[in-house]
Design a protein around this ligand. Structure first.
Ligand SMILES: [Zn+2]
Length: 506
C-alpha cells in the first residue's frame, strides 16, 4: 500500500436525485442522475454523476447507490412553542362550541392557563414533558427547531424554558435556536400594568442573553397581546443588545406588526393573515421572511388568508412552521403543516418544500440544519420511490423514513440504510459535537452514510465549477447569514412506498 494514494473521499453516493432548491436549476433545483460525496464528515462534492472527476471506485473508499431516491435538505421548523406544561384540550371543545380565541383568552384560558401549568413544573419535569414533542418533530424529518419561551413570564420561568430548549437540542441531536418571547401575554401579577411588565421583560433580556440562552427576540403584537408601541420598546432593547427580532404579527387584526418588524430588519413576521400590501413591500425591502402558520389557521378555523399573492409578487420568502403549541396549533408534524399550507393557502408543493427548508432556515437565523433521514430498502418492499421531490408535502400522514440508528451512524462501515444486507434502521442521527461547523451551536447530524453531512468547510474536492455551484446551492439552501459562516445541513431521503412504519424513536 506504500505509495498508493488514498481515495480523496470517504463515501460516494451514486444514483441519487437531488432537489437542491436552487433557483437556476428549474423545478425543485432538481438534478437527476446525481452523485454526492463525503470526506471527514463534510460534503466534498455534489453534482451530476457525469461530471464526477474520475471513476467512482478511485474517488471514494466506499461507493453506495441511492437507488434513485430523491434527496432534499432536512426540514427546519422555524416557529414552535414546544416547551410547555399541561394541555388545553378543553379549549378545542370550547372553540367548536363557538367560543373565539379572544373570548377564551379573556376568560383566563389560552396562553395564561399554559403559564400556570408551565410554572408548576421544575426544569426536569418540563424537559420530560417537552421531549416527546421534540421527538415527534424529529421523527417527522425535522432537523432544526426554533423554540420560544413565553409561558414563564417571569425571570426564573422564562429562564427555565430556555434552558430546557437548549437541553432538547443536546439530548436529541437537533439544532435548536431559542427565542425570547416574554412579551407573549400579560402575567396575572402585572394585570392592568402592561407597561410595567414590558419594563421587566426588557430588564430580564440581557441577563438571559448573558447566559447564552437567547438567539432572537419575539413578541405577540395583538389586541390580546401587546401594542405596537410596547413591541417597539422590546425591539429597541433587542437591537441595543445586537439580537435579531421576529414577531407574531397581524394574526387576528392588522396592527402594523409586519411593517414594524420590517422597520427593524427583523428575521421574520409570523402569521400575517391581516398584513397589507404596503407591509409586504416593506418586508421585501427589509429581507424579512413571511412565516406562514397554517396549523393555527386550521385549528382556529380562520377564514382570512395571508397575502400569498402579494408575497409572491414581491418575492418575499415564505416559510412554513408548525407553531407547535398547546392551544391553537397542537401540530407535531411539519410535513402536515406543509400539506396544510398547500390546501389552505394554495402554496405549490415546491413552495412548501422551500418553505420548510431554505426559507425556514432564514427565519430563526438557523445557520445549520442537522441530520438526515435515509430511505429504506426498496427491493424488499412492494413499491418504488416517489417520482417527484414533493414527497414531504404529499404524504402528510406518513412518518418519515428510517434514519440510521445512533449506533449504526457512529460506525463508518454502516451501509446505506435499506439495502438487502442491512434492513432499515430507525432512530435519529446524532449530533456531532466535533463537527467542523463554523458558528452557531454547531450541531451536525451523522449522515445516511454514517458520517456527518455538510459543514462550513468551503474547500471542495474536485467537482469543477458545476459541482461547486451545486454544492453552494445545497449549502445556501439550508444555511443563513446572521454573521455566521455558511454551513450545510442535513438531507432527507425520500421513502419508498413499501417502507414499514414502525419507529424506535427514543
Ligand atoms: Zn407562535
Amino acid at each position: 500500500m506504500i505509495g498508493r494514494l488514498a481515495p480523496p473521499w470517504d463515501r460516494l453516493l451514486l444514483d441519487a436525485r437531488l432537489a437542491t432548491l436552487r433557483d437556476d436549476l428549474g423545478a425543485y433545483g432538481a438534478i437527476e442522475e446525481a452523485a454526492l460525496a463525503w470526506k471527514d464528515g463534510l460534503i466534498a462534492w455534489a453534482g451530476p454523476r457525469a461530471e464526477l472527476p474520475g471513476a467512482p471506485a478511485q474517488l471514494a473508499a466506499r461507493v453506495d447507490s441511492a437507488q434513485g431516491r430523491w434527496i432534499t435538505p432536512g426540514l427546519v421548523d422555524c416557529h414552535t412553542h414546544l416547551v410547555f406544561g399541561g394541555d388545553r384540550a378543553v379549549e378545542f371543545e370550547r372553540r367548536l362550541q363557538g367560543a373565539s380565541y379572544e373570548q377564551i383568552a379573556r376568560e383566563g384560558g389560552g396562553i395564561v392557563s399554559t403559564v400556570r401549568a408551565t410554572r408548576g413544573l421544575d426544569e426536569d419535569a418540563l424537559l420530560a414533558a417537552s421531549l416527546p414533542r421534540a421527538r415527534a418533530l424529529r421523527a417527522d424529518g425535522v432537523t432544526s427547531i426554533e423554540i420560544k419561551s413565553g409561558y414563564g413570564l417571569d425571570f426564573d420561568n422564562e429562564r427555565k424554558m430556555l434552558r430546557v430548549a437548549r437541553q432538547l437540542g443536546e439530548k436529541l441531536g437537533l439544532t435548536v435556536r431559542t427565542t425570547y418571547l416574554a412579551a407573549h401575554a400579560l402575567p396575572p401579577e402585572y394585570a392592568g400594568r402592561p407597561d410595567a411588565y414590558i419594563d421587566a421583560v426588557i430588564e430580564w433580556l440581557p441577563r438571559l442573553q448573558a447566559e447564552g440562552l437567547v438567539d432572537a427576540v419575539d413578541a405577540f403584537c395583538e389586541g390580546i397581546g401587546f401594542s405596537p408601541a410596547q413591541t417597539r420598546r422590546v425591539f429597541d432593547a433587542a437591537r441595543a443588545l445586537g439580537l435579531p427580532v421576529k414577531l407574531h404579527a397581524d394574526q387576528l387584526s392588522d396592527l402594523g406588526g409586519a411593517a414594524l418588524t420590517a422597520e427593524f430588519g427583523g428575521l421574520s413576521a409570523d402569521h400575517i393573515e391581516w398584513t397589507g400590501d404596503d407591509a409586504v413591500r416593506a418586508m421585501a425591502a427589509a429581507g424579512t421572511v413571511a412565516v406562514l402558520l397554517p396549523g393555527a389557521f386550521h385549528v382556529l378555523r380562520e377564514t382570512k388568508l395571508p397575502p400569498i399573492a402579494a408575497l409572491r409578487e414581491h418575492a418575499v420568502p415564505m416559510a412554513i412552521a408548525t407553531d407547535l403549541n398547546p392551544g391553537t396549533s397542537p401540530l407535531q408534524s411539519l410535513r402536515l403543516a406543509m400539506s396544510l399550507a398547500c390546501t389552505h393557502f394554495k402554496l405549490t408543493p415546491e413552495e412548501a418544500l422551500r418553505g420548510a427548508t431554505v426559507h425556514a432556515a432564514r427565519a430563526p437565523a438557523c445557520t445549520t440544519v442537522a441530520g438526515c433521514c435515509p430511505a429504506s430498502a426498496p427491493t424488499s418492499c412492494s413499491g418504488t420511490s416517489p417520482t417527484r421531490p414533493n414527497w414531504p408535502t404529499g404524504w402528510a400522514a406518513r412518518p418519515p423514513i428510517p434514519c440510521t440508528s445512533p449506533a449504526a451512524a457512529s460506525a463508518t462501515e454502516v451501509s446505506f440504510a435499506g439495502n438487502d444486507e442491512a434492513p432499515p434502521r430507525r432512530g435519529f442521527v446524532q449530533a456531532r459535537r466535533d463537527a467542523r461547523l463554523l458558528g452557531g451551536s454547531g450541531l451536525l447530524g451523522r449522515s445516511l452514510l454514517g458520517r456527518g453531512l455538510g459543514s462550513g468547510d468551503r474547500s471542495l474536492h474536485g467537482g469543477g465549477l458545476h459541482g461547486r455551484r451545486l454544492l453552494d446551492g445545497l449549502r445556501t439552501g439550508i444555511a443563513v447569514a446572521a454573521g455566521e459562516t455558511l454551513a450545510l445541513g442535513g438531507l432527507l431521503v425520500a421513502p419508498t412506498h413499501g417502507d414499514s412504519l414502525e419507529s424506535d424513536v427514543r
